[in-house]
Design a binder for this molecule. Sequence first.
Ligand code: UDP
Ligand code: MG
Length: 332
Amino acid sequence: MKAKLDFGLNVVSAGDGPYLSVVIPVHNEEPNIPALHEDLLATLDRLGLSFEILYVDDGSTDAGLKELRRIAQADPRTMVIQLRRNFGQTAAISAGIDHASGEVVVCLDADMQNDPADIPRLLARLEEGYDLVSGWRVDRKDHWLRRRMVSHVANWIISRVTDLKLHDFGCTLKAYRRELLQHVRLYGQMHRFIPALALNVGAAVAEVPVNHRPRLHGKSKYGLERTFSVILDLLTLKFLGYLYSSPVRIFGGSGLTLIGLSFVSGLAMLFQKFLYNVSFIQTPLLLLSALLFILGFQCVLMGITAELLVRTYHESQGKPTYVVREVFRTDR
Ligand code: UDP
Ligand code: MG
Protein backbone atom coordinates (compact mmCIF):
# COMPACT_ATOMS: atom_id res chain seq x y z
CA MET A 1 0.00 0.00 0.00
CA LYS A 2 1.31 3.46 -0.88
CA ALA A 3 0.27 6.69 0.71
CA LYS A 4 0.92 10.05 -0.94
CA LEU A 5 2.65 12.62 1.17
CA ASP A 6 2.29 16.39 0.65
CA PHE A 7 5.70 16.86 -0.86
CA GLY A 8 5.18 14.46 -3.74
CA LEU A 9 7.11 11.50 -2.33
CA ASN A 10 5.80 8.01 -1.73
CA VAL A 11 5.90 6.24 1.61
CA VAL A 12 6.77 2.62 0.98
CA SER A 13 4.79 0.64 3.55
CA ALA A 14 3.40 -2.85 4.27
CA GLY A 15 1.94 -5.23 1.62
CA ASP A 16 -1.63 -5.97 0.59
CA GLY A 17 -2.90 -7.23 3.96
CA PRO A 18 -5.80 -5.69 5.87
CA TYR A 19 -5.33 -2.55 7.93
CA LEU A 20 -5.85 -4.26 11.27
CA SER A 21 -4.87 -7.66 12.71
CA VAL A 22 -6.33 -8.57 16.09
CA VAL A 23 -4.22 -11.19 17.88
CA ILE A 24 -5.76 -13.15 20.75
CA PRO A 25 -3.89 -15.79 22.80
CA VAL A 26 -6.30 -18.47 24.01
CA HIS A 27 -5.69 -21.11 26.64
CA ASN A 28 -8.76 -22.94 27.97
CA GLU A 29 -11.22 -20.10 27.47
CA GLU A 30 -14.11 -22.04 25.94
CA PRO A 31 -16.94 -20.31 27.84
CA ASN A 32 -15.57 -16.87 26.91
CA ILE A 33 -15.10 -17.38 23.19
CA PRO A 34 -18.62 -16.84 21.75
CA ALA A 35 -19.24 -13.60 23.65
CA LEU A 36 -15.71 -12.36 22.91
CA HIS A 37 -16.08 -12.91 19.20
CA GLU A 38 -19.47 -11.23 19.15
CA ASP A 39 -18.10 -8.21 21.08
CA LEU A 40 -15.13 -7.98 18.73
CA LEU A 41 -17.23 -8.06 15.59
CA ALA A 42 -19.63 -5.48 17.01
CA THR A 43 -16.72 -3.05 17.39
CA LEU A 44 -14.74 -3.93 14.27
CA ASP A 45 -17.69 -3.92 11.88
CA ARG A 46 -18.65 -0.48 13.11
CA LEU A 47 -15.14 0.82 12.42
CA GLY A 48 -15.45 0.19 8.69
CA LEU A 49 -11.79 -0.89 8.37
CA SER A 50 -10.40 -4.00 6.73
CA PHE A 51 -9.42 -6.40 9.49
CA GLU A 52 -8.51 -9.98 10.38
CA ILE A 53 -8.83 -11.78 13.71
CA LEU A 54 -6.17 -14.31 14.70
CA TYR A 55 -6.96 -16.65 17.55
CA VAL A 56 -3.91 -18.54 18.77
CA ASP A 57 -4.93 -21.70 20.57
CA ASP A 58 -2.12 -22.25 23.05
CA GLY A 59 -2.53 -25.97 23.76
CA SER A 60 -6.05 -25.74 25.20
CA THR A 61 -7.41 -28.93 26.73
CA ASP A 62 -11.06 -27.85 26.65
CA ALA A 63 -13.39 -27.75 23.65
CA GLY A 64 -12.43 -24.15 22.82
CA LEU A 65 -10.56 -25.10 19.67
CA LYS A 66 -13.67 -26.65 18.19
CA GLU A 67 -15.56 -23.45 18.88
CA LEU A 68 -12.79 -21.36 17.27
CA ARG A 69 -12.73 -23.60 14.20
CA ARG A 70 -16.48 -23.20 13.83
CA ILE A 71 -16.10 -19.43 13.95
CA ALA A 72 -13.23 -19.45 11.42
CA GLN A 73 -15.18 -21.69 9.06
CA ALA A 74 -18.06 -19.23 8.98
CA ASP A 75 -15.92 -16.10 8.60
CA PRO A 76 -12.90 -15.83 6.27
CA ARG A 77 -11.64 -12.84 8.27
CA THR A 78 -10.93 -15.15 11.20
CA MET A 79 -7.85 -17.36 11.40
CA VAL A 80 -7.08 -19.97 14.05
CA ILE A 81 -3.49 -20.93 14.76
CA GLN A 82 -3.23 -24.06 16.84
CA LEU A 83 0.02 -24.52 18.73
CA ARG A 84 1.13 -28.09 19.36
CA ARG A 85 1.23 -27.66 23.11
CA ASN A 86 0.94 -24.98 25.75
CA PHE A 87 3.87 -22.65 25.03
CA GLY A 88 2.69 -19.73 27.17
CA GLN A 89 1.02 -16.41 26.49
CA THR A 90 4.11 -14.65 25.11
CA ALA A 91 4.83 -17.42 22.60
CA ALA A 92 1.16 -17.45 21.59
CA ILE A 93 1.24 -13.71 20.98
CA SER A 94 4.45 -14.13 18.95
CA ALA A 95 2.81 -16.82 16.81
CA GLY A 96 -0.15 -14.52 16.18
CA ILE A 97 2.07 -11.61 15.22
CA ASP A 98 4.11 -13.82 12.86
CA HIS A 99 0.94 -14.86 11.04
CA ALA A 100 -0.59 -11.37 10.97
CA SER A 101 -0.55 -9.34 7.78
CA GLY A 102 -2.18 -6.09 8.92
CA GLU A 103 -0.39 -2.77 9.07
CA VAL A 104 -1.48 -2.47 12.66
CA VAL A 105 -1.61 -5.27 15.24
CA VAL A 106 -3.86 -5.11 18.29
CA CYS A 107 -3.47 -7.78 20.99
CA LEU A 108 -6.00 -8.55 23.68
CA ASP A 109 -6.83 -11.30 26.17
CA ALA A 110 -9.45 -13.92 25.42
CA ASP A 111 -11.02 -13.86 28.87
CA MET A 112 -13.14 -10.75 28.17
CA GLN A 113 -11.22 -8.76 30.80
CA ASN A 114 -10.08 -6.38 28.04
CA ASP A 115 -12.88 -4.54 26.28
CA PRO A 116 -12.81 -4.62 22.44
CA ALA A 117 -14.75 -1.33 22.52
CA ASP A 118 -11.44 0.35 23.44
CA ILE A 119 -9.79 -0.63 20.15
CA PRO A 120 -10.97 2.46 18.20
CA ARG A 121 -9.40 4.77 20.79
CA LEU A 122 -6.09 2.92 20.59
CA LEU A 123 -6.16 3.16 16.79
CA ALA A 124 -7.03 6.86 16.88
CA ARG A 125 -4.01 7.50 19.09
CA LEU A 126 -1.80 5.43 16.81
CA GLU A 127 -2.93 7.51 13.84
CA GLU A 128 -1.83 10.64 15.67
CA GLY A 129 1.67 9.45 14.83
CA TYR A 130 2.55 6.90 17.49
CA ASP A 131 4.10 3.52 16.75
CA LEU A 132 2.76 1.79 19.83
CA VAL A 133 -0.20 2.57 22.05
CA SER A 134 -0.44 0.75 25.36
CA GLY A 135 -3.65 0.22 27.34
CA TRP A 136 -3.73 1.31 30.97
CA ARG A 137 -6.26 -0.54 33.13
CA VAL A 138 -7.04 2.46 35.32
CA ASP A 139 -9.75 0.71 37.31
CA ARG A 140 -8.40 -2.81 37.34
CA LYS A 141 -10.83 -5.55 38.36
CA ASP A 142 -8.40 -8.00 39.93
CA HIS A 143 -7.47 -8.98 43.49
CA TRP A 144 -6.00 -5.82 45.05
CA LEU A 145 -3.11 -7.40 46.95
CA ARG A 146 -2.14 -10.40 44.83
CA ARG A 147 -2.53 -8.54 41.56
CA ARG A 148 -2.87 -4.79 41.77
CA MET A 149 -0.27 -4.09 44.47
CA VAL A 150 2.25 -6.48 42.98
CA SER A 151 1.73 -5.03 39.53
CA HIS A 152 2.06 -1.48 40.90
CA VAL A 153 5.50 -2.28 42.27
CA ALA A 154 6.48 -4.24 39.15
CA ASN A 155 5.46 -1.36 36.88
CA TRP A 156 7.50 1.06 38.96
CA ILE A 157 10.59 -1.18 38.72
CA ILE A 158 10.16 -1.81 34.99
CA SER A 159 9.72 1.93 34.36
CA ARG A 160 12.93 2.70 36.23
CA VAL A 161 14.95 -0.03 34.55
CA THR A 162 13.73 0.53 31.00
CA ASP A 163 13.50 4.35 31.10
CA LEU A 164 9.96 4.11 29.75
CA LYS A 165 7.27 5.56 32.00
CA LEU A 166 4.15 3.41 31.62
CA HIS A 167 1.53 2.72 34.28
CA ASP A 168 0.57 -0.73 33.07
CA PHE A 169 3.12 -2.83 31.20
CA GLY A 170 1.11 -5.99 31.90
CA CYS A 171 -2.01 -4.91 30.00
CA THR A 172 -2.26 -7.14 26.92
CA LEU A 173 -4.52 -4.65 25.13
CA LYS A 174 -2.03 -2.71 23.04
CA ALA A 175 -1.79 -1.50 19.45
CA TYR A 176 1.43 -1.79 17.45
CA ARG A 177 2.60 -0.87 13.99
CA ARG A 178 3.46 -4.32 12.69
CA GLU A 179 6.59 -3.14 10.91
CA LEU A 180 7.98 -2.30 14.34
CA LEU A 181 7.32 -5.77 15.71
CA GLN A 182 9.56 -7.32 13.09
CA HIS A 183 12.53 -5.98 15.02
CA VAL A 184 11.41 -7.48 18.30
CA ARG A 185 11.94 -11.11 19.40
CA LEU A 186 9.95 -12.34 22.37
CA TYR A 187 10.97 -14.88 25.01
CA GLY A 188 9.68 -15.87 28.47
CA GLN A 189 7.14 -13.38 29.77
CA MET A 190 8.47 -10.66 27.56
CA HIS A 191 5.33 -9.56 25.72
CA ARG A 192 4.95 -6.95 28.44
CA PHE A 193 8.33 -5.51 27.51
CA ILE A 194 7.48 -4.91 23.85
CA PRO A 195 7.06 -1.15 24.53
CA ALA A 196 10.53 -1.03 26.07
CA LEU A 197 12.06 -3.09 23.25
CA ALA A 198 10.26 -0.87 20.76
CA LEU A 199 11.62 2.23 22.46
CA ASN A 200 15.08 0.79 21.87
CA VAL A 201 14.50 0.86 18.13
CA GLY A 202 13.17 4.41 18.26
CA ALA A 203 9.40 3.94 18.56
CA ALA A 204 7.05 6.67 19.77
CA VAL A 205 5.04 5.13 22.62
CA ALA A 206 1.74 6.42 24.06
CA GLU A 207 -0.61 5.21 26.78
CA VAL A 208 -4.42 5.29 26.78
CA PRO A 209 -6.73 4.47 29.73
CA VAL A 210 -8.83 1.40 28.96
CA ASN A 211 -11.74 -0.42 30.51
CA HIS A 212 -11.12 -3.58 32.55
CA ARG A 213 -13.71 -6.14 33.53
CA PRO A 214 -13.77 -8.94 36.09
CA ARG A 215 -13.22 -12.47 34.80
CA LEU A 216 -16.67 -14.07 34.51
CA HIS A 217 -15.71 -17.56 33.35
CA GLY A 218 -12.68 -19.70 34.04
CA LYS A 219 -9.67 -18.96 36.24
CA SER A 220 -6.56 -16.84 35.77
CA LYS A 221 -3.66 -18.93 34.51
CA TYR A 222 -1.14 -17.17 36.71
CA GLY A 223 -0.21 -16.78 40.36
CA LEU A 224 2.40 -14.84 42.25
CA GLU A 225 5.23 -16.87 40.68
CA ARG A 226 4.82 -14.85 37.49
CA THR A 227 6.29 -11.82 39.31
CA PHE A 228 9.59 -13.65 39.62
CA SER A 229 9.74 -14.64 35.98
CA VAL A 230 8.92 -11.06 35.03
CA ILE A 231 11.73 -9.67 37.19
CA LEU A 232 14.21 -12.24 35.80
CA ASP A 233 13.11 -11.40 32.25
CA LEU A 234 13.66 -7.75 33.05
CA LEU A 235 17.22 -8.47 34.20
CA THR A 236 17.91 -10.44 31.03
CA LEU A 237 16.47 -7.67 28.93
CA LYS A 238 18.57 -4.97 30.56
CA PHE A 239 21.74 -7.04 30.47
CA LEU A 240 21.31 -8.15 26.88
CA GLY A 241 20.40 -4.61 25.88
CA TYR A 242 23.72 -3.36 27.22
CA LEU A 243 25.63 -6.32 25.94
CA TYR A 244 24.30 -6.07 22.41
CA SER A 245 25.33 -2.48 21.96
CA SER A 246 29.03 -2.64 22.81
CA PRO A 247 30.22 -5.36 25.18
CA VAL A 248 33.87 -4.48 24.92
CA ARG A 249 33.09 -1.10 26.46
CA ILE A 250 31.37 -2.67 29.47
CA PHE A 251 33.83 -5.50 30.18
CA GLY A 252 36.79 -3.56 28.86
CA GLY A 253 35.91 -0.54 31.01
CA SER A 254 35.89 -2.54 34.22
CA GLY A 255 38.96 -4.49 33.04
CA LEU A 256 41.00 -1.33 32.49
CA THR A 257 39.85 0.03 35.86
CA LEU A 258 41.08 -3.15 37.57
CA ILE A 259 44.43 -2.95 35.76
CA GLY A 260 44.68 0.70 36.85
CA LEU A 261 44.03 -0.31 40.47
CA SER A 262 46.67 -3.00 40.18
CA PHE A 263 49.22 -0.33 39.21
CA VAL A 264 48.13 1.85 42.13
CA SER A 265 48.62 -1.09 44.46
CA GLY A 266 52.04 -1.77 42.88
CA LEU A 267 53.08 1.86 43.34
CA ALA A 268 51.97 1.80 46.98
CA MET A 269 54.14 -1.27 47.42
CA LEU A 270 57.17 0.48 45.91
CA PHE A 271 56.58 3.50 48.13
CA GLN A 272 56.54 1.34 51.22
CA LYS A 273 59.68 -0.44 50.13
CA PHE A 274 61.81 2.60 49.34
CA LEU A 275 60.45 5.10 51.88
CA TYR A 276 59.80 2.83 54.85
CA ASN A 277 61.87 -0.19 53.89
CA VAL A 278 58.89 -2.60 54.05
CA SER A 279 59.79 -5.77 52.21
CA PHE A 280 57.55 -6.89 49.29
CA ILE A 281 56.66 -10.08 51.11
CA GLN A 282 55.57 -8.21 54.23
CA THR A 283 52.58 -6.54 52.60
CA PRO A 284 49.59 -8.08 50.81
CA LEU A 285 49.96 -5.42 48.11
CA LEU A 286 52.00 -7.61 45.77
CA LEU A 287 49.34 -10.27 45.84
CA LEU A 288 46.59 -7.68 45.43
CA SER A 289 48.38 -6.09 42.53
CA ALA A 290 48.87 -9.42 40.75
CA LEU A 291 45.27 -10.44 41.38
CA LEU A 292 43.84 -7.16 40.12
CA PHE A 293 46.02 -7.31 37.02
CA ILE A 294 44.96 -10.85 36.14
CA LEU A 295 41.29 -10.03 36.77
CA GLY A 296 41.49 -6.87 34.71
CA PHE A 297 43.26 -8.63 31.87
CA GLN A 298 40.62 -11.40 31.91
CA CYS A 299 37.86 -8.81 31.82
CA VAL A 300 39.33 -7.12 28.76
CA LEU A 301 39.67 -10.51 27.04
CA MET A 302 36.07 -11.35 27.96
CA GLY A 303 34.97 -8.04 26.46
CA ILE A 304 36.73 -8.83 23.21
CA THR A 305 35.23 -12.32 23.13
CA ALA A 306 31.75 -10.91 23.80
CA GLU A 307 32.26 -8.33 21.07
CA LEU A 308 33.17 -11.13 18.69
CA LEU A 309 30.02 -13.04 19.68
CA VAL A 310 27.77 -10.05 19.21
CA ARG A 311 29.26 -9.32 15.81
CA THR A 312 28.81 -12.93 14.75
CA TYR A 313 25.24 -12.76 16.02
CA HIS A 314 24.46 -9.67 13.98
CA GLU A 315 26.30 -10.75 10.86
CA SER A 316 25.23 -14.41 10.77
CA GLN A 317 21.60 -13.33 10.84
CA GLY A 318 22.13 -10.46 8.46
CA LYS A 319 20.93 -8.23 11.29
CA PRO A 320 21.80 -4.60 10.74
CA THR A 321 22.95 -2.54 13.70
CA TYR A 322 20.39 0.14 12.86
CA VAL A 323 16.66 0.27 12.23
CA VAL A 324 15.14 2.22 9.35
CA ARG A 325 11.79 3.91 9.95
CA GLU A 326 10.86 4.71 6.34
CA VAL A 327 12.50 5.06 2.97
CA PHE A 328 11.44 8.01 0.85
CA ARG A 329 12.01 8.22 -2.88
CA THR A 330 10.43 9.94 -5.85
CA ASP A 331 8.42 8.00 -8.45
CA ARG A 332 10.66 6.50 -11.12
N1 UDP B 1 -2.94 -17.57 27.99
C1 UDP B 1 -2.30 -18.31 27.00
N2 UDP B 1 -1.38 -19.25 27.36
C2 UDP B 1 -1.07 -19.48 28.67
C3 UDP B 1 -1.70 -18.72 29.65
C4 UDP B 1 -2.64 -17.77 29.29
O1 UDP B 1 -2.55 -18.12 25.81
O2 UDP B 1 -0.24 -20.35 28.92
C5 UDP B 1 -3.95 -16.56 27.58
C6 UDP B 1 -5.28 -16.68 28.29
O3 UDP B 1 -6.16 -17.55 27.61
C7 UDP B 1 -5.78 -15.24 28.25
C8 UDP B 1 -4.50 -14.44 28.37
O4 UDP B 1 -3.46 -15.30 27.98
O5 UDP B 1 -6.39 -14.94 27.02
C9 UDP B 1 -4.28 -13.90 29.77
O6 UDP B 1 -4.35 -14.94 30.71
P1 UDP B 1 -5.03 -14.74 32.16
O7 UDP B 1 -6.36 -14.08 32.01
O8 UDP B 1 -5.01 -16.04 32.85
O9 UDP B 1 -4.01 -13.74 32.84
P2 UDP B 1 -4.37 -12.52 33.82
O10 UDP B 1 -5.42 -11.68 33.13
O11 UDP B 1 -4.91 -13.13 35.06
O12 UDP B 1 -3.09 -11.80 33.99
MG1 MG C 1 -7.22 -12.24 32.51
